[in-house]
Write a protein that binds this ligand. Structure first.
Ligand SMILES: [Zn+2]
Length: 162
C-alpha cells in the first residue's frame, strides 16, 4: 500500500520547516519572497498542501478548495506534528537517497567521488564513502555528523505520533 507522499508549498515565514521537510524527503517548494497569489496558484496546479502562519491566506485557500495547514508556534518538531494531525504523513525517516536538496528542493543523486574533487574539502572526500549531488543546483551532500541528529529527529517524531 504505497501512496504518493504529500507535497507542500511553504510560505516565506517558514524556511526552517521547509528545510526539515526536505530532509525528511518531502517535496517542499519554498521561496523567501513568495507571494500569496503565487502560493495559491502553485498549490492548486501542483496539488500541494499550503503551510503558512498567515490566517488571511488560509481563508483564501479555504474558499478556493486548496488544502492547507495553519501553522502555530516556532518549533519545527511541533510544526510537523501539527501537519500530521491534519494530513496523516508516512513514517518519518531520513534516507539521503530520498531527501530533497535543502537549498533548492531538487532531487539528490548518488555521485562518484571523482566528480566532486575540488568542490568540497579534500578531508571530507577522504573520510566519507558516499556522496550525493542535487540534480538542480549541484550542491554536494554527505552523511556527516549532523546525520545522526536528523535521524534522532525522525525517530522522535515517530514516537510522538504513533
Ligand atoms: Zn539543490
Amino acid at each position: 500500500m504505497s501512496t504518493q507522499k504529500s507535497s507542500f508549498v511553504v510560505d516565506a515565514m517558514l524556511g526552517n520547516l521547509a528545510k526539515k521537510l526536505r530532509i525528511l524527503g518531502y517535496d517542499s517548494k519554498y521561496s523567501s519572497s513568495i507571494e500569496d497569489d503565487k502560493i495559491i496558484l502553485i498549490a492548486k496546479n501542483e496539488k500541494r498542501i499550503i503551510l503558512t502562519k498567515d490566517e488571511q491566506l488560509t481563508k483564501i485557500a479555504e474558499k478556493q478548495n486548496v488544502s492547507f495547514v495553519l501553522i502555530r508556534g516556532n518549533d519545527e518538531f511541533e510544526q510537523i506534528v501539527q501537519i500530521n494531525e491534519k494530513f496523516k504523513l508516512d513514517k518519518f525517516e531520513v534516507v539521503t537517497d530520498n531527501s530533497r536538496c535543502i537549498a533548492c528542493n531538487g532531487k539528490l543523486e548518488v555521485v562518484e567521488k571523482f566528480r566532486i574533487i575540488g568542490k568540497i574539502p579534500e578531508g571530507v572526500i577522504e573520510r566519507e564513502k558516499k556522496f550525493w549531488m542535487c540534480d538542480s543546483c549541484k550542491k554536494v551532500y554527505w552523511e556527516g555528523t549532523h546525520f545522526e541528529k536528523l535521524q534522532e529527529f525522525a525517530t522522535k517524531l515517530n514516537d510522538r505520533i504513533k
